[in-house]
Design a protein around this ligand. Sequence first.
Ligand SMILES: [Zn+2]
Length: 310
Amino acid sequence: MKRPAKPSPQRQPLADAQPARKPSVSSPGTPARAVREREPTPFARKSSEGISPRDPDVLHRLAEEVGSRRFSSQQIQAWQSEIYQQTLSLSRLISQPNFTKVGRDDLVRMIQMYDERFFAGKILPAARAEGISFGFSSRMTRIAGKLVTHYPEGIHRKRKFELILSSTLLFQTFEDVDRPVEVTGRVCRNRLEAMQRIAEHEFTHLIEMLIWNCGNCSEKRFQSIASRYFGHRDYRHDLITQRERAVTKFDVRVGDQVQFGHDGHTMCGRVNRITRRATVLVENHKGQPFSDGGRYVRYYVPLEKLTKVN
Ligand SMILES: [Zn+2]
């Protein structure tokens, strides 16, 4: 599919579905200012009674259905816009498509609506029989979402899934850098559409892990499911990263000399990295030695506080 001309954003994978390195840790990160963390809502509590964890019959039936079912593009779009409208009308925090606040319950409700419509409500009860949690992370500055699978009791036993979206990427897109944004190969007109596409992608990861205990969005089976169920044409996103914001809005790139104020002093240094904030190295004989022979102290500076020095 042809893409509109734009200032060469880099497309990033939406996520890596991978086993967690350690079985227990990995908190979904500190909540961003605009994300309200709430305790699990009634949506997360729907009964999984009657389903035992990793029940082979249940998973086998799901595999057959998920592996072959098709929907017309009209049906897909109708359900997607129904979920869009329902989110706007049911959410306490999302009152407009470019919402400025979002809560974990919004994500839970959204996934629940996808499960009910596209999978007749069969996915989440099977996932809940093992354990699933949802959340937002402000520390994910390049990936839009992720699905983490924990194996607290060993590889063949009950797992625990975590489905996490990046609040940082969501909120800095449709903010101050104006260009068309694509997620999963589909143009998103606003933040809510982007959130839906990311949620669909991560939900597909959950489905693959749940049923097959493996999966990868750069491979055929994932792409077949994402395409047949959600009309996805790509597995990447080009949401606005801080690095792009830095160039577009502040004309700042890695390697640039910059000034910024710190404790009443004007500091001068070089941009070494841009994630949520810019990492600026300032020369200081007491600082840490670097490979170029100099000694520097690191400062983490919000982009808006930087002035480029020519
Ligand atoms: Zn992915």
